[in-house]
Design a protein around this ligand. Structure first.
Ligand SMILES: NC(=O)c1ccc[n+]([C@@H]2O[C@H](COP(=O)([O-])OP(=O)(O)OC[C@H]3O[C@@H](n4cnc5c(N)ncnc54)[C@H](O)[C@@H]3O)[C@@H](O)[C@H]2O)c1
Length: 257
């Protein structure tokens, strides 16, 4: 097997690095030599990631973490500045942090609708805004996290789907805005992936009409693993994705086709 070192000497921030897909992305980047700072509100998850990273770091790969919320403007400003002060540069930003809420729309309060918007959309915006001045210097790139929930309109997730639709639109807008400055901006849209977020969703399905999720009732439905999507995040963030910008790459085992 060829060992890749696509992130040697590359400084990368990964939000949501304390669990699921974000943790898998961190493992992948560190294993390929990346200097990775994971950001999350889940400190235990970030510490667990440190143990995983220790064993796989090659080619100068390094892992550190910062605890903070992606929805806090002050916290996001400080985290990005601290990483740049410590490492001297920023080559990539990977926005994975997210939350999922699902409920019948008529029973959803405005506050509940706004929860995923505040984390998934506003958090992604804040990190992009703070990182872009540094990424223009390195001709770096951003990979955001969308979802098939936006593209296919999964029911009972009005706020979540809207947040991810917003991430898709913002990804395309930023890609165009920063094209001349050599910064690429793409997004991955995962389908169902086995993570705590997905388990929480399964737990909340009681009382909801599962048959409305047309992909879930397909006989050939498959749920992926975090590593199945981490490889695509890594490709987009690396030089292998150098001719791609403004793309939303669906990774769902084909179940939404
Ligand atoms: N698992 C799936 O089926 C699936 C499908 C499509 C999209 N996604 C998206 O993938 C991303 C990762 O999800 P996952 O499945 O790995 O879930 P997860 O719950 O395992 O991980 C999400 C991480 O985000 C962190 N987080 C939540 N709010 C935060 C905040 N305010 N600030 C900082 N960190 C915060 C959590 O603590 C957690 O560690 C999310 O954006 C999610 O919407 C997941």
């Amino acid at each position: 097997m060829t060992v890749l070192s696509r992130f040697e000497k590359k400084v990368i921030i990964v939000t949501g690095g304390g669990s699921g897909i974000g943790q898998a992305v961190v493992r992948r980047l560190v294993a390929e030599g990346g200097i990775v700072t994971a950001v999350d509100v889940n400190e235990d998850g970030l510490k667990a990631g440190a143990k995983q990273a220790e064993n796989i770091a090659v080619a100068g790969g390094r892992y550190s973490f910062m605890v903070g919320s992606v929805s806090s403007e002050e916290s996001v400003k400080k985290i990005v500045q601290d990483v740049v002060d410590q490492e001297g540069r920023l080559d990539a930003l990977i926005n994975v942090a997210g939350i999922l809420r699902s409920k019948k729309t008529t029973e959803t309060s405005l506050e509940e609708f706004m929860e995923p918007i505040n984390v998934n959309l506003i958090g992604t915006f804040l990190f992009c805004r703070e990182a872009l001045p540094h990424l223009t210097k390195t001709k770096g790139n951003i990979v955001n996290t969308a979802s098939t929930s936006a593209q296919y309109g999964h029911p009972y997730m009005a706020g979540y789907a809207a947040s991810k639709g917003g991430v898709e639109a913002m990804t395309k807008a930023l890609a165009r805005e920063y094209m001349k400055e050599g910064v690429r901006v793409n997004a991955v849209a995962p389908g169902g992936i086995n993570t705590p977020l997905k388990e929480g969703q399964n737990d909340r399905m009681g009382g909801l009409d599962v048959s409305l999720f047309s992909h879930l009732v397909r006989p050939d439905y498959v749920c992926g693993e975090p590593d199945d999507v981490a490889s695509v995040f890594a490709m987009l963030a690396s030089a292998d994705g150098s001719f791609m910008t403004g793309e939303i790459v669906k990774v769902d085992g084909g179940v939404h086709n």
